[in-house]
Design a protein around this ligand. Structure first.
Ligand code: DLL
Length: 435
């Protein structure tokens, strides 16, 4: 089944006409309504009348994450503030978060793209969807929820955590689809195995997993353990949340919802637009967003556009599953984290030096684990275990409350962390990522 054949299977000329019209209308509107964009376009010397076709998009300047932070919280809202019905922000940033604002129409669109995603994964009206993405400011929970509602499915808004209960509910309600991060899905699978759950009591057919990098190996692992088909779903708060792109049953690249989100791949160093097949930074334009539209937004995610038609019948272009990021952002159990945020905490504590090393690994339970090695200042370093333990706990709770991550802190003696002579290698990421 295809959820919206008219849009997902549009012919190239029809799609281009719709994208062109949407872009022209959007640029005209935000030039009038959003001073931030007006200034940017003026500086770049582009007028709304210069944008007649989607091909004209290259005339427009990029928007960056830093600019989003500078306009926090309402700077990019393109409608009267009272018309916003919902707001989300990105997770895990100590500094200024990025904002996604939705009008009623935007929430509807979100439901539509997520319904399309669920259908791509083989779901349909009447399926029972166990939604273990976190509900709250994170977009995973509500995004999958709106999609399930638009689809006419039966959704269980379980949210994350309490794995024992997750397994029990999966059994009791005979959920046919599971939606959560891939690492949490593996954790659920592991828990089910450890507790000797009879997998034939589960009715799962598939899962929609995303919000963090994962691999083909992890897909296989998930498919075997949960006896499902595991599909990749991509999205980001600023743009809408999950539902920007999704895999269909062929599991060969993610179909981008091109009528809503116009993708480009650029060389991150030069800004040059790259042709299909060439790897670079994904840039997205929200063609129909009313609340907080984004123009040529640099996602910092690395992928490439795949050429050729997909045998599922959809004509939307596909992007390869994500292959990395252009910055050093880590995603630990769904929380976005920059090493500099850890550094900030260590600098503020008088007992520690800002010399540190972060080790990220996939733990025994398949959940990401983060270990931070911290150098203690000479005058605070002591052989007394009690003192050191107290300091360890202090750093740990500081990281939990300010960054939202549970890090294992390992205190090391002064001057033991290797000093670098060039770019410091702060992060050792042991999670294997294969394309
Ligand atoms: O993670 C939205 C989402 C929720 C996507 C549920 C999928 C499922 P943010 O918290 O703003 O939003 O994080 C966005 O997460 O720029 C990518 O780096 C990463 N990411 C999202 N989906 C994938 C994926 C949500 N399928 C950032 N594979 C993005 C790899 C992903 N990385």
């Amino acid at each position: 089944m295809i959820w919206n054949e008219e849009k997902e299977c549009a012919n190239p000329a029809g799609r281009k006409a719709q994208q062109s019209e949407s872009l022209a209308r959007l640029i005209k509107k935000i030039y009038e309504k959003v001073p931030f964009y007006r200034q940017k376009f003026d500086q770049a010397g582009v007028k709304p009348s210069d944008i007649q076709s989607i091909d004209d998009i290259v005339k427009l300047p990029f928007t960056t994450k830093d600019e989003l932070r500078e306009t926090y919280p309402y700077g990019l809202v393109a409608c009267p503030r009272e018309e916003l019905t919902e707001i989300h922000i990105s997770s895990g940033t100590t500094g200024i978060p990025v904002v996604g604002g939705y009008t009623e129409q935007d929430v509807k669109c979100w439901g539509e793209v997520m319904a399309r995603s669920l259908v791509m994964a083989g779901a349909g009206p009447g399926d029972v969807i166990h939604n273990a993405y976190g509900y709250g400011m994170f977009t995973g929970g509500l995004g999958a929820h709106y999609g399930a509602m638009a689809l006419g499915a039966n959704v269980l808004p379980v949210s994350g955590g309490n794995t024992h209960r997750q397994v029990q509910l999966l059994k009791d309600f005979k959920a046919t689809y599971l939606t959560c991060t891939p690492s949490y899905a593996l954790h659920i699978a592991e828990y089910a195995r450890d507790t000797k759950t009879d997998m034939s009591q589960l009715a799962l057919k598939g899962g929609l997993f995303g919000a963090e990098p994962w691999t083909q190996e992890m897909r296989q692992e998930l498919e075997q353990r949960l006896r499902i088909k595991a599909y990749d779903v991509y999205g980001l708060t600023e743009v809408i949340g999950p539902g920007v792109a999704n895999e269909c049953v062929h599991q060969n690249g993610l179909h981008v919802q091109e009528d809503y989100f116009y993708p480009e791949i650029i060389n991150p160093d030069t800004g040059e637009v790259l042709p299909p097949g060439q790897k670079g930074e994904l840039v997205l334009t929200t063609l129909l967003k009313e609340g907080t539209p984004l123009i040529r937004y640099r996602t910092r995610d690395i992928t490439f556009i795949m050429s050729g038609a997909c045998s599922c019948g959809r004509t939307t272009i596909r992007m390869h599953r994500l292959m990395g990021r252009t910055d050093d952002m880590l995603i630990i159990r769904g929380v976005n984290l920059f090493p500099s945020q850890i550094e900030e905490i260590l600098i503020q504590l008088e007992e520690t030096e800002p010399h540190y090393q972060i080790v990220v690994d996939r733990g025994q339970k398949y959940l990401d684990e983060i270990e931070v090695w911290v150098e203690v200042q000479e005058r605070f370093f002591s052989d007394e275990t009690k003192n050191m333990e107290k300091l360890r706990q202090k750093i740990s709770s500081e990281m939990k409350s300010r960054l939202g991550v549970n890090a294992l802190i390992k205190l090391v003696e002064p001057k033991t962390i290797a000093r670098s002579e060039g770019k410091a290698k702060r992060v050792i990421d042991k999670r294997t990522l294969v394309g």
